[in-house]
Design a protein around this ligand. Structure first.
Ligand SMILES: Nc1ncnc2c1ncn2[C@@H]1O[C@H](COP(=O)(O)OP(=O)(O)OP(=O)(O)O)[C@@H](O)[C@H]1O
Ligand SMILES: [Mg+2]
Length: 226
């Protein structure tokens, strides 16, 4: 279970004043649960995901994963936690252009153990089958469509069997049909792998497929009736 406890984050604005973006925000997400976070542009959705993915530290508050505090870890422990427990799918896929599809998927494995073992390769191949990107293994991102890149990014996010998959506008750059397909795939993987899924989106079509929808407003999350 993921527990977000009274998380507060503020930023210094250009004029020097501090703006509170997340204001003692709390939330629990069960294992295997899927959650959508919606809210206006600038409301703090990406800021929240960055905290959950331990890409940034809060001013106050903590995140507990299975009872273990994330923010009492030092930087080295945080990096390992990120790589092992969290999968991140960004709005822009952030694939490395000089690596082919398979190498991109296996990047988090290489980051952790320098060489790719047979089990990881097998898992990568299984993920490409699930995501419908077999046969493209040797192509680089420049030779893939936007949807194929996005599915490659999902495979990369899942390669280390994370406890939590965080996705920031994963379908933002895709057409209607590709976004529906990707949304269904994310949910299928979420069920099969019992990974908790937290998706930030402006799309109500995507949000309404999740178990719960929360609206981020004035630094706090409100449960929305779907
Ligand atoms: N590093 C930073 N320094 C200063 N201000 C920041 C920083 N990061 C974000 N902000 C501000 O915090 C607010 C929330 O930003 P955030 O990116 O979380 O919004 P968002 O809800 O993801 O918006 P969008 O839907 O447009 O992606 C914005 O007003 C932004 O300008
Ligand atoms: Mg954002």
């Amino acid at each position: 279970m993921l527990e977000i406890k009274t998380l507060t984050k503020s930023f210094q604005s250009g004029s020097g004043a501090r703006r509170v973006i997340l204001d003692e925000l709390s939330l629990s997400v069960q294992d295997g649960e899927s959650v959508a976070i919606v809210g206006p542009s600038g409301s703090g959705k990406t800021t929240l995901l960055n905290m959950l993915g331990a890409l940034d530290r809060p001013d106050r508050g903590d995140v507990l994963l299975n009872g273990e505090s994330v923010f009492s870890k030092n930087e080295k422990q945080l990096a390992e936690f990120r790589n092992r427990s969290i999968g991140f799918v960004f709005q822009l896929h952030h694939l490395l252009p000089q690596l082919n599809l398979m190498e991109n998927i296996l990047l988090p494995v290489v980051a952790q153990q320098s060489a790719v073992d047979a089990a990881s390769r097998e898992r990568a191949e299984k993920l490409t089958r699930k995501l419908g990107i077999t046969g493209l293994q040797n192509q680089r991102p420049g030779q893939l469509s936007g949807g194929e890149c996005q599915r490659t990014a999902v495979a990369r996010a899942l390669i280390n069997q994370p406890r939590i998959l965080l996705a920031d506008e994963p379908t933002g750059a895709l057409d209607q049909q590709s976004s529906t397909q990707l949304a269904d795939l994310l949910l299928q993987l979420n069920r099969e792998e019992n990974t908790s899924l937290i998706v930030v989106t402006h799309s109500m079509a995507l949000a309404s497929k999740m178990d719960k929808i929360y609206q981020l407003e004035n630094g706090k999350l409100q449960l929305t009736e779907a």
